[in-house]
Ligand binder design. Sequence first.
Ligand code: ZN
Length: 177
Amino acid sequence: MVSRPAEFCPYCGTALESITLEGRERTRCPTCEEVVWHNPVPCAGVAVVDAGDDPAVLCVERGLPPGVGEWTIPGGHVEAGEEPAVAAARELEEETGVAVDPGVLSIVDATTLPPRDGKHVLSILYAVDRDETDGEPRAGSDAQAARFWTPSAFDATDETFRPVHEERFRTVVDRFR
Ligand SMILES: [Zn+2]
């Protein structure tokens, strides 16, 4: 499996050929005689919510491409053999220093994100109340800032969200209001 369309076999390096299989265009290695599947990459994230009349969500400002300077909900790739809730909690702690027990996360949604640079992502989003977490947010790996935003505070700035994350940010806020 590759995250971007492959031109060469990841196992033997032979140039791949295009075939049509089950009505979709696929790439196949003529040497290994195997299809090289192009699948979405699974990612998981968690929205930590400071609940109340005006709920705020812990967000990070991306420090690495793609989308440097865009705000997003903490998250990242699920490792092989890792449960998605464990991945979400791990990424949260790496990016913000805030720790949470994966067992207390509740799922918000699972969705396919619009591809960026040919990379397709399947994203699983969790949410948790801030009271269930430990630690004050500080920017960690991949992040240049980490802080709680309410929609009204965010709207009063010229900061930007990656659009798909803004939609989820507002969905989470509505759920905790
Ligand atoms: Zn091959």
